[in-house]
Design a protein around this ligand. Structure first.
Ligand code: ATP
Ligand code: MG
Length: 200
């Protein structure tokens, strides 16, 4: 029997690879919003990314699973990587409500850059009735209600978190250049990247 989840955080991303910026944002938000669980959902085929230098869904899911394993509140879902075609947040939240029960309160977690793009998302008009949105501060991006699609403002929370100027793009670049990524990603993820020769 699945334990009863009342407030579910959903952290969507490409996680190519997952890094400390993702983990810190999810943990601070979990604590502030008293979420019962944060589910990390690596995307299958991300609609907003060109697919050059993207590790396979299986590798990205595995790194996410490894990185989240030591936090009792974190878990990882393969729902988007098992679905065929593009990964849409709308479909994911609808499916998760079927799994967790219609009464679950969903909180979709994003960074300041991702929330500003929300107007481009699939079935955007239906999203505010499905979930609340929490946008975390991220160095280099302005966190401001002005930047948020007006129909989302009532269902969106903005939160300042301790800043980590880390991105997956920077990590891939560093690996390619043979520079250290120690402490930018969890140690298991660092090992996994080298063992599987990712991002070379
Ligand atoms: P890439 O450089 O490949 O785009 P990324 O570091 O932006 O990778 P994503 O997988 O695109 O990581 O991001 C998933 C989610 O995590 C997005 O909502 C993004 O805004 C958020 N996020 C990523 N890095 C940070 C960070 N350092 N601080 C706060 N939020 C972050
Ligand atoms: Mg990104």
């Amino acid at each position: 029997m699945r334990k009863k989840i009342v407030k579910l955080g959903i952290m969507g991303g490409t996680f190519n690879p997952i890094h400390q910026g993702h983990l810190v944002a999810a943990e601070i938000i979990r604590d502030e919003f008293k979420l019962n669980e944060v589910l990390f959902v690596p995307s299958g085929k991300p609609p907003h990314k060109d697919n050059n230098e993207i590790a396979s869904p299986r590798h990205r899911w595995m790194m996410t699973l490894l990185a989240t394993a030591t936090n009792d509140y974190f878990s990882t879902s393969s729902i988007e990587i098992e679905r065929k075609g593009e990964s849409y947040t709308y479909d994911t939240i609808v499916s998760l409500k079927k799994i967790y029960g219609e009464e679950v309160e969903c909180y979709f977690i994003t960074g300041a850059d991702a929330i500003a793009q929300i107007s481009t998302w699939h079935k955007v008009e239906n999203l505010p009735s499905l979930a609340k949105f929490i946008a975390a501060s991220r160095p280099g991006y302005k966190l401001d209600m002005e930047k948020i699609e007006p129909s989302f403002r009532k269902s969106t929370y903005l939160i300042e978190i301790p800043a980590l100027a880390i991105s997956s793009t920077e990590i891939r670049k560093r690996v390619k250049e043979g520079k250290t990524i120690k402490y930018l990603v969890p140690e298991v993820v660092e090992k996994y990247i080298y063992k599987n020769n990712l991002y070379r």
